[in-house]
Write a protein that binds this ligand. Sequence first.
Ligand SMILES: *Cc1c(COP(=O)(O)O)cnc(C)c1O
Length: 358
Amino acid sequence: MVLIDAAKGCATEPPNLDVYPADFVVCSFYKIFGYPTGLGALIVKNEAASLLNKTYFSGGTVAASIADIDFVQKRKSIEQVLEDGTISFLSIASLQHGFKIIEMLTTSAIALHTSSLATYVRKKMLYMKHRNKKNVCIIYGQEASKVADLKTSPTITFNLKREDGTWFGYREVEKLASLSGIHLRTGCFCNPGACAKYLGLSHSDLVSNFEAGHVCWDDNDVIKGKPTGAVRISFGYISTYQDAEEFLKFLQSSFVSKPIASSNGHTLSMNTLNLVDNQSQQVVPDVRLKSIIIYPVKSCQGFSVQSWPLAAGGLKYDREWLLQGSGGEILTQKKVTESFLLSVCSTLWITPQCCPKS
Ligand SMILES: *Cc1c(COP(=O)(O)O)cnc(C)c1O
């Protein structure tokens, strides 16, 4: 027998049961309208109903019982057997408003809207490149869209790569997204089978990840250089083109390496510097360079070098970055005096551990 978990699948369009015949289909209403949570539906083919032999004995399921002998008659119809206890009548009452919206917009318009947004974002993501021309986004399940009867899904599942080919962990993406006010889903999406298939994780990878301490919902997003899950964004009837642009802007600014202001081929060096008078073109005596200090991150500690390449704006990387607070405000030493304790390691990771004394 076949059960389709259409909780996500029918968020924008109901599954086509002519193409995918099923005996049971489950769906979740908040995935369709956004409200109410905790309420879904089980749709049962009449012929399959007799298989659902629920033994629950309580309010709503009993037609008759006699207290002091072993006599009980269950209610007969499938919904009476399965809807035990007090049903969520307040939530159920609110469903009509959700259905009204869907009927007003029509599912075909919703599917068209969400798939055009997803197609647009998917294309932009595929073209997104680091400065070394390497791809930023690895999108999973694209081959599905080549199946003629499957329309473009409103969902994009992906992972992000750094310039050097290593992965950004999905937790890192999720945390940065939430700082930007973007809600996305990460992990394996209740679907361990697809997760292992698309991430190329073998049974022994999965077992050794578990033995290494990885469990669902934890922070172990990359183990032995391989992602343990992915990132997923979905568009619904409420999503707008601005939402799509906002998401792309977030990817661009948080994960894509930008072209560096290219060095003009000149280097400032402690022993090569002569100060030349502009007018006389004579070397000025008694003026010497005492030190060269690079401050890559504004208001943080710098580091001293013997020589350093020059770029269009001056010394390469000098004050090229700054710190932002979680609200987007720029942190300077005037505002956060501790920022001067942050130093910059050679790999340009900012970490307080870089300065052991403080
Ligand atoms: C959301 C989801 C569920 C769970 O539905 P709830 O109503 O949140 O319990 C199950 N399966 C899939 C594929 C889902 O996307």
